[in-house]
Write a protein that binds this ligand. Structure first.
Ligand code: PLP
Length: 423
């Protein structure tokens, strides 16, 4: 810890930071805080899944899950997730193992076929543009890049994207076809949208008649406190404001049961659900119903999901508390950093002085601590302020996490005080 006082010269702080960094490098750490993955202990919480469906293969209504049939997914599983994702059960599909793959498919389908209510294929219209609240989820932005969809960054506020900017851009240009939204405990800042934001998104005028909100509710039940933060339902809000087809809702059990081996969900208006099913039917004869059955058996009910998430919380909370404690101890009062205190989700975002994030991440890597590349949370990997660093506390054990966060703070002091002396 830096034991110098704030009144000491920056050169004294820098000298101390240099000595700490040399000591850090000498330790030869090999730690990885890059991705928000569940820890082994979190995966063990769902070990029971591996013993299911325990010889059963019939659904509640007698359908044989081992055979083709049923393209909407098992009703008993959709009933569990419908209230959690705020989607009526008959408008919710259980499909595949990855919500990101569903978002990918929806983009492809919109490009190739267009969407209900639209003038045609997105491919044949002006180069489509997506609004990208930033910082945001790097893989959303990677999908846009992959499909040649232009990205326009929109600043985030503490109640969601800056809606004055969103409304202006969406109303001005019919090429603006959509927006990425992570409405609860967003990746990476942990922001939860206010009800006002939800209603403005549903109500706003869009120049494109086929505008779509990609509502990625990845952290719908991923609370880090006893308070279960709620957000107004986007489908209800859209129906109320006469834009029923505007929102596509995505979710999955990736960070509830087994990451990449769970079940993903798609919810939307009846017209959008039929649109999605038309594509799915051409792509596959049906989802993996055996995995859906074991998930329904294991999770049992919406309350069963919430009880399961409380067990995740017990494992995650000490990790997030460790991050907060160390950031406060090592960087509090230095004026070199601010950070988020998320109430849910998987990340802490550290804001360092402008122009320093890449250098901090590089120094960390050279000391054996891998972080998500600086800029990854912005469209085209470009953080215009070069100031955001994403910390993913879930995967490492608490001791490794503490070492990694301490290392980050050393690098912030090294780069930050160095910059102060240059300025
Ligand atoms: N959406 C967000 C916002 C995420 O943070 C993640 C994973 O980190 C995903 C989607 C991926 O979900 P899935 O495993 O269902 O594809």
């Amino acid at each position: 810890m830096d034991i110098l006082t704030r009144t000491d010269e920056p050169s004294a702080h820098l000298e101390r930071a240099r000595a700490d960094y040399a000591a850090l490098r000498a330790r030869g750490l090999a730690l990885d805080l890059t991705r928000g993955k569940p820890s082994g202990a979190q995966l063990d919480l769902s070990a029971g899944l591996l013993r299911l469906p325990a010889g059963h293969h019939l659904t509640r209504d007698g359908q044989d899950t081992r055979n083709y049939a049923g393209d909407r997914g098992l009703p008993e599983l959709r009933e569990i997730f419908a209230p959690l994702l705020q989607v009526p059960v008959d408008q919710l599909l259980a499909a595949g193992n990855s919500s990101l793959a569903l978002m990918h498919d929806c983009l492809v389908q919109a490009l190739l076929d267009g969407v209900p209510g639209g003038p045609g294929r997105w491919l044949e219209q002006d180069r489509p543009v997506f609004l990208c609240p930033a910082p945001g989820f790097d893989r959303h932005f990677a999908l846009c890049e992959r499909f040649g969809i232009s990205m326009t960054a929109v600043p985030m506020t503490d109640e969601g994207p800056d809606m004055d900017v969103v409304e202006r851009l969406a109303a001005a240009d019919p090429a603006v076809k959509g927006i990425w939204c992570v409405p609860k405990y967003s990746n990476p800042e942990g922001v939860t949208y206010s009800d006002r934001t939800v209603h403005r998104l549903a109500r706003m005028r869009t120049a494109a008649p086929d505008f779509r909100i990609f509502w990625d509710d990845a952290y719908a039940v991923h609370h880090l406190t006893e308070e279960h933060v709620e957000v107004a339902g986007i489908l209800d809000a859209c129906a109320e404001h006469g834009s029923a087809d505007r929102a596509l809702v995505f979710g999955s059990t990736s960070k509830i049961t087994h990451a990449g081996a769970g079940v993903a969900f798609f919810g939307a208006s009846p017209a959008n659900v039929e649109w999605k099913l038309a594509y799915d039917r051409g792509r596959s004869i049906g989802p993996d119903k055996i995995n859906q059955l074991r998930h329904a058996q294991f999770l049992k009910s919406p309350d069963g999901v919430l009880a399961h998430m409380a067990r995740h919380r017990a494992l995650l909370r000490p990790r997030f508390e460790t991050v907060q404690r160390l950031l406060e101890e090592e960087l509090g009062g230095t004026g070199l950093a601010q950070w988020t205190r998320p109430r849910g989700g998987y990340f802490v975002t550290l804001r360092v002085p402008r122009g320093c994030a890449k250098e901090v991440v590089r120094h960390c890597a050279e000391a054996g601590v891998l972080l998500t590349p600086a800029g990854a949370a912005h469209p085209y990997g470009d953080d215009p302020d070069d100031s955001l660093i994403r910390i993913a506390p879930s995967y490492a054990d608490v001791e490794d996490l503490a070492q990694a966060v301490r290392a980050v703070t050393v690098c912030v002091r090294l780069v930050g005080y160095g910059r102060q002396l240059q300025d």
